[in-house]
Design a protein around this ligand. Structure first.
Ligand SMILES: [Zn+2]
Length: 63
């Protein structure tokens, strides 16, 4: 049985000879995991609730 490496699409034999299956190599396995981790950390932070618009209340009440 031959499968395609998820990272580089090279044919990989699904057997004992391919310890990194479905990847063709350890490098492709790490790249795929790295891409997943990078994608996870790349979620944009909208920063809502972090910024104060500079409008401060000085606490002085006018009569
Ligand atoms: Zn590969």
């Amino acid at each position: 049985m031959i499968v395609a490496c998820p990272t580089c699409s090279r044919p990989v034999e699904w057997s004992e000879v391919s310890p990194w299956r479905p990847f063709c190599s350890e490098r492709c396995k790490l790249l795929d995991l790295g891409a997943w981790a990078t994608e996870k950390h790349a979620i944009p932070d909208d920063g809502s609730g972090e910024l104060i618009d500079g409008e401060s209340q000085d606490g002085e009440e006018l009569p």
